[in-house]
Design a protein around this ligand. Sequence first.
Ligand SMILES: [Zn+2]
Length: 132
Amino acid sequence: MGLIHLKDVPHLAPEQRWECPKCDLKQVTHEARVHVRMHPCRGLGGLTSPMVTAGTQCKVVVQHRDDYVGDEIVQRDENGRPVTGIAHVRDDGQDFTVFVPSARASMRDLDIDPAKYRTAVRNTVIKRRGRR
Ligand SMILES: [Zn+2]
């Protein structure tokens, strides 16, 4: 007999009410594990932002990037300005969502044989499937 998870029993899973301080979105989740609800926020020009527990008083601060972006792939606000993250500042602390930039590289530049790379990826997938 397997374990029964709280998430599989709807009336036992705790109800978590979420809201966004920058738009009018409200949601309810039933998840026993610790989690954060993310959404593309209309109030922040579409940036992916975490929701807060309903009733949380906080200020939302978008942190813009001021240094050179170069070839990195970065999140941008609706005006095209690079964003490094979003802070939700409460009286007792703050949470900061970081938008980590991505680098670009080609297999040729990294001197990687595409055939060997595909084999390595396929073997990794097989190993992960085998762990279940
Ligand atoms: Zn929002």
